[in-house]
Write a protein of this length. Structure first.
Length: 138
């Protein structure tokens, strides 16, 4: 069995953002030369997420609005922020949206359902962060 590892780096211009990373993951898959296997895509920071969904702006606004209702930003709202941090809401948002995804690789392509795309969700941006792409198979 072969394996391939690549890191994707992001530095968003806003505190929260959703970025379609499907093209970068497909590029890594092509470089791996793996035709059958699994592709793991993992946010390597505890205030960021990787998830699969539709690439539709209204849906992304819905995610933002829902996440803000569930975990609103605010320094004095959370015990974690008593440590001097201001990102407790970002930790919670990451938990809601998920840490990673695994996609089957079939015939050298990501084996998606209709409309599925891979997204990087940033909840405490304005600094450099990374995503791990790990592909295993034959």
């Amino acid at each position: 069995m072969k394996s391939y590892r690549e890191e994707l780096w992001f530095n968003t211009q806003t505190r929260q953002a959703f970025i379609n990373i499907t093209p970068q993951v497909e590029s890594a898959l092509k470089k791996s030369k793996i035709k059958e296997g699994l592709c793991l895509v993992n946010a390597m920071h505890i205030t960021a997420s990787v998830f699969i969904n539709d690439d539709e702006r209204g849906l992304h606004r819905d995610f933002s609005e829902l996440l803000e209702k569930l975990a609103p930003y605010g320094k004095d709202k959370y015990k974690h922020n008593l440590t001097g941090e201001d990102n407790a809401d970002s930790h919670l948002k990451r938990t809601f949206m998920g840490r990673e995804v695994v996609v089957a690789v079939t015939g050298g392509k990501l084996d998606f359902g209709p409309w599925e795309q891979i997204f990087y969700g940033e909840f405490d941006g304005l600094r450099r962060k990374r995503v791990l792409v790990k592909i295993i198979g034959e």
